[in-house]
Design a protein. Structure first.
Length: 219
């Protein structure tokens, strides 16, 4: 597409997540412009599209778009590793205009943002869950997969196993399996030890907002 770049706000409670996504989008300055990075809601800047990263966040029917948007007049795209059909449909019913898998490339993500800004509703092509490695996440440097990191992040928010499963659209046995793997990778033996480790390693939500200055106008 040509013309004015799409103004994008990247939203997630974890600063490492939003900064990682912004770094990838900044490779396409003629197509998208990141104007706000939010690890606290609602969006404040004037934007065209809000990219809502679902890591550790409410999803599906629990997605509260008024809380995300505030007074912003923008369309919302959910960015997730989980593209289960029920979750995608629930997000659309909650008001999202697009849903994209973290298995996409940076260019594919930009294409989705442009299409949503143009008025399309964009959905993932399939419903297989993906363990894409887009951007960054807490615990990556310690060998935790994206899904393992998300489970630990939800634990650090004080959620029970059942609540973790509900939030992440995982079965209870799957949550328990992830916890066993997490304990092994971290060298801990209990939930309390895992939470303490997480608190010390960036798994508590941040509350930081960065409004990105617009580049100077061309002469």
């Amino acid at each position: 597409m040509s013309g004015t770049p799409v103004r994008v706000a990247v939203v997630n409670d974890y600063e490492i997540v939003v900064v990682g996504i912004a770094g990838i989008l900044e490779r396409f300055p003629d197509r998208v412009r990141v104007v706000e990075l939010d690890s606290g809601l609602p969006v404040k800047a004037q934007v065209d599209v809000v990219l809502y990263d679902s890591f550790g966040q409410a999803q599906g029917a629990a997605l509260d778009l008024p809380a995300v948007l505030g007074t912003a007049d923008a369309r919302v795209v959910v960015f997730s590793w989980n593209v289960h059909r029920d979750l995608v449909e629930a997000s659309l019913r909650a008001g999202a205009a697009g849903y994209v898998s973290k298995g996409v490339s940076g260019e594919e993500l930009v294409d989705v943002l442009e299409r949503v800004h143009a008025g399309e509703t964009v959905l993932p092509p399939g419903e297989d869950e993906t363990e894409g490695a887009f951007g960054a996440w807490p615990g990556e440097e310690h060998g935790l997969s994206p899904r393992e990191s998300e489970v630990l992040a939800l634990l650090c928010q004080g959620l029970s196993n059942q609540q973790v499963g509900d939030r992440a659209y995982l079965g209870l046995n799957t949550v328990k399996s992830y916890l066993r793997t997490i304990y092994q990778k971290l060298g801990v033996e209990s939930r309390t030890q895992a939470v303490l480790w997480g608190v010390d390693h960036g798994f508590r939500p941040d509350r930081v907002r960065h409004e990105v200055a617009a580049p100077p106008a061309d002469d």
